[in-house]
Design a binder for this molecule. Structure first.
Ligand SMILES: NC(=O)c1ccc[n+]([C@@H]2O[C@H](COP(=O)([O-])OP(=O)(O)OC[C@H]3O[C@@H](n4cnc5c(N)ncnc54)[C@H](OP(=O)(O)O)[C@@H]3O)[C@@H](O)[C@H]2O)c1
Length: 388
């Protein structure tokens, strides 16, 4: 596989001369526009980090990139945007490892998933495309501000945000589900958030912007509408952008000093196809961010509390089991050892501090704070275990 001649020509005229020495992270990089973005970044000489939920698919994408660009620096990270604990683990390891990145591209997204929910219980499409990306950005933005060079954070929206509405009474369309409306809402929320965050960070180290791929022939549409989409694209010829053409939006951002909060994507046929250019940012993207942010924060805090409680209950159960095993002469020593190791890791890690020592948001009920997992409780367990 190699980039199309037209892509290479466009890049020569409109792209950055080179991204040698830069690092580009792409989420959902194993497929569609994300994979094409990773290919363009590698072609331009950048190191590429593929952040994917499925390790096997990510490995295959990495192999394909290396076979096309044998000198490319390609690495993998695991990230599931439909699971806040995966997002938090990703962000923590990203920061702990002091990962360097010049372009962070939130490309991953889904469409048409009726009846499905994220791990934290949100409608899957809005939960992934908006809440997941929002959480990831909010976790990483303070870190980006500490890097010694500018970082460009690009969120991928869709032209459909133009017809979306945000209504807080039934934010997740739980009364009457419409997959198209839920998808459109997820992308309008993401656009509104990104635009507001771009303004907030103006003058800082991080520049935020957006791309929209137009209508690109990728598994997203094929999975939602069936293989007929492929046949339709053949009949209509240019009706769909290739993923490669849509991915050029990233190269446009890398080469031009676009204003923060811009949306870059095709402009022909109402934004459906063509090469990338700046799109108009409409009023519904620019307005209403305060209400959206406070709604989003309260949604996340609600699940944060539930997660903290679930986590504490799990570790309390483990503590009870460990105490019981220590009092049994014929106890399964391996099981006891692994329980104690896990409890110790929790106790010395960030989660315990968040749950007990800081509990910054004051989320936990006081009876949980007094539970067996208190500092004294864990110290006593470890002392007793070490004396066995
Ligand atoms: N194609 C279009 O016409 C079009 C139009 C407007 C906007 N977009 C947007 O463009 C982006 C790329 O879409 P695409 O068309 O290239 O679709 P795609 O080929 O289906 O790629 C989507 C990628 O997102 C990943 N993903 C899905 N759920 C995830 C999760 N929970 N955590 C992490 N990764 C996840 C997928 O991983 P798996 O392979 O494991 O599923 C895949 O790598 C999306 O944000 C989409 O909304 C596309």
């Amino acid at each position: 596989m190699s980039l199309k001649e037209k892509t290479v020509d466009w890049l020569k005229k409109n792209g950055p001369a080179s991204l040698d020495g830069k690092t580009v992270l792409v989420t959902g990089a194993n497929s569609g526009v994300g994979f094409a973005t990773a290919r363009i970044a590698a072609y331009l000489g950048a190191g590429v980090i593929l952040a994917c939920r499925n390790t096997e698919k990510a490995e295959r994408a990495k192999d394909a990139l290396i076979s096309e660009f044998p000198d490319a620096r390609v690495s993998l990270m695991k990230l599931d945007l439909a699971d806040f604990s995966s997002i938090d683990a990703f962000a923590e390891s990203f920061m702990d490892e002091k990962t360097d990145v010049d372009f962070f591209i939130n490309n991953a997204g889904i469409f048409r998933q009726p009846g499905k929910k994220t791990r934290d219980g949100f409608e899957l499409v809005i939960g992934t495309n908006y809440l997941g990306v929002y959480r990831l950005c909010e976790r990483l933005l303070p870190y980006f501000e500490t890097l010694l060079h500018p970082v460009t954070l690009i969120n991928t929206v869709s032209l459909i945000h133009k017809i979306a509405k945000i209504e807080y009474g039934d934010f997740y369309y739980s009364k009457k589900y419409s997959d198209l409306a839920a998808y459109a809402r997820s992308k309008l929320c993401l656009a509104r958030y990104t635009y507001a965050a771009a303004k907030k960070h103006e003058g800082g180290n991080t520049k935020l912007g957006m791309t929209q791929p137009g209508i690109a022939l990728t598994p997203l549409g094929v999975n939602a509408f069936g293989k007929g989409v492929k046949r339709l694209s053949k009949v209509l010829g240019r009706a769909f952008n290739s993923p490669e053409k849509s991915a050029l939006a990233f190269a446009y951002v890398a080469a031009h000093n676009v204003p923060p909060g811009s949306i870059i994507g095709p402009t022909k046929f109402f934004g459906g196809w063509g090469y990338p250019k700046p799109n108009k940012v409409i009023r519904r993207v620019k307005e209403g961010a305060d209400e959206l942010m406070s709604f989003t924060e309260s949604e996340i805090a609600r699940t944060e509390k539930e997660r903290q409680i679930r986590r504490i209950e799990r570790f309390e159960g483990m503590m009870d089991e460990a105490l019981r095993l220590m009092s049994e002469p014929d106890a399964d020593r391996e099981r006891l050892k692994s329980l104690v190791a896990e409890l110790e890791a929790y106790y010395t890690g960030r989660d315990w501090k968040k749950d007990f020592a800081d509990d910054e948001a004051g989320l936990l009920p006081s009876e949980l704070k007094r539970g067996v997992l208190s500092e004294d409780g864990i110290d006593a367990l470890l002392d007793e275990y070490n004396e066995l």
